[in-house]
Design a protein around this ligand. Structure first.
Ligand SMILES: Cc1cc2nc3c(=O)[nH]c(=O)nc-3n(C[C@H](O)[C@H](O)[C@H](O)COP(=O)(O)OP(=O)(O)OC[C@H]3O[C@@H](n4cnc5c(N)ncnc54)[C@H](O)[C@@H]3O)c2cc1C
Length: 393
């Protein structure tokens, strides 16, 4: 697909203006490593093993991959990145990146950290969004049962209700402080119940402010219809439907499960189909922007150009208050900084948390950067170009 040139995504001086020479050199090493799929697979397994064996790899990770993709272990450490981005007019989505928790005690701890994150966002003018994984607050197996239509026992229901209240308390606090809350989209076998919760909480807390922003993965064939259902539900219950469009990060896992369990994979058959679905999702939201709040969460240059084109065709101002684009820290700075410079609303997604606990997130980033054809090569090319440019000046 050909871009239409609203932005200059090749201008590396703009793209990497917030990175030091040392940070650029670190990025080169990381993307070089990630360009070898086998290295990533071995590296991911070796990292998990080393952590299990309590080998001292934390400082290596912290100064390399972690530093590139994460904001810091504590809010104090995150501050530096947040302030730097503020200098460039870029907003932050702050994510407490800890995953894979299972006990009541762990869920309560995560909830406390999310409230702390929210409180921190309130104090910083360029953090207007925080994000959370619903499975970090509610038991995964209960979400799975409800998604597949299985009734919970009384005891299970009590545990589920505690989880739902943890999420509701967070949404309520976000609403009170006018901070957006991204509900990250997860695996399809738990997403059904997450979507139900998103509908329920949006009806309560999105009346005059888009508090709950629900993640919608357009690599799933049925998600274009889901956007239509979202709009209908919002109109019926009189609230602002807010969505974060993503292509989706669990493709292999989804396909493997479908294969193992013998049901048709919900994922688009080809990447071209995913692109088509995603861009159709953008079109649908922009054409209904009098109702929708849209977050275009992607590293795809064409989709960002296409969004700008759609906005122009629909006579929408560049910094339309209901449209924002977002990229992850460490990826596609050329998109984030070019769009910001051109006057569009952009955000950078910054995960933070203890190194060991952010490993699943880092492994997803590594796998994503090896599996997406051309993505790593593109990042590497741009970073090398900038290093060369700086040497000349
Ligand atoms: C701010 C932000 C928030 C995010 N939040 C979430 C979230 O809540 N949940 C989540 O799941 N992900 C989330 N992501 C991750 C996002 O899903 C990945 O970054 C994304 O998958 C990479 O896609 P891309 O849009 O950048 O596009 P591209 O790099 O153009 O496309 C790659 C994507 O296309 C799809 N794809 C690749 N090969 C195929 C194939 N053969 N067949 C079908 N489809 C294929 C996959 O989804 C793959 O990731 C988020 C990303 C951002 C930037």
């Amino acid at each position: 697909m050909k871009a239409t040139n609203f932005f200059n995504f090749d201008n590396t001086e703009i793209a990497f203006s917030y990175l030091s020479d040392k940070e650029l050199q670190n990025a080169v090493q990381i993307f070089k490593g990630m360009s070898y799929a086998s290295l990533v697979n071995i590296g991911s397994k070796a990292t998990l093993l080393a952590l299990k064996m309590h080998l001292p790899i934390k400082s290596v990770l912290k100064n390399t991959v972690y530093k590139h993709f994460c904001g810091g272990e504590t809010l104090e450490e995150v501050k530096k990145v947040v302030n730097k981005l503020d200098d460039f007019g870029i907003n932050v989505i702050l994510n407490f990146g800890v995953e894979g928790k299972h006990t009541e005690e762990e869920f309560n701890k995560t909830a406390a950290s999310l409230h702390k994150t929210l409180h921190y966002a309130v104090q910083n003018k360029n953090i207007n969004t925080i994000s959370c994984k619903p499975s970090g607050l509610i038991e995964h197996n209960l979400l799975e049962k409800l998604t597949s239509g299985i009734r919970l026992s009384d005891k299970e229901f009590l545990r589920y209700d505690k989880g739902r209240n943890r999420l509701r308390d967070l949404v309520k606090a976000a609403y009170k402080n006018k901070i957006h809350l991204h509900l990250d989209a997860e695996e399809t076998w738990i997403q059904g119940e997450i979507d139900n919760l998103a509908f329920e909480l949006s009806a309560e807390f999105n009346r005059d402010f888009p508090t709950v922003i629900n993640g919608v993965q357009l690599y799933i064939k049925s998600k274009l219809d889901f956007l239509k259902t979202t709009l209908e539900h919002a109109k019926k219950h009189d609230y602002i439907p807010a969505v974060k469009l993503v292509r989706g990060a669990y493709m292999e896992k989804e396909r493997n499960r479908a294969n193992e369990m013998g049901y048709p994979s919900p994922i688009c058959e080809t990447i071209e189909e995913t692109h088509k679905n995603y861009n159709a999702g953008l079109k649908y939201c922009v054409e209904n922007i009098d109702t929708f709040h849209l977050s275009n969460a992607t590293h795809n240059e064409y989709s960002c150009e296409y969004l700008a084109k759609l906005m122009e065709e629909n006579n929408l101002q560049k910094n339309h208050p209901r449209i924002v684009s977002a990229q992850l820290k460490g990826m596609s700075d050329n998109i984030t900084f070019s769009m910001a410079k051109a006057g569009y609303n952009v955000q950078k997604y910054i995960p933070y948390g203890p190194v060991k606990q952010v490993i699943p997130y880092l492994i997803r980033r590594a796998q994503e950067n090896t599996s997406v054809e051309g993505q790593t090569t593109r990042e590497l090319e741009l970073i090398k170009k900038e290093i060369k440019r700086r040497k000349k000046t």
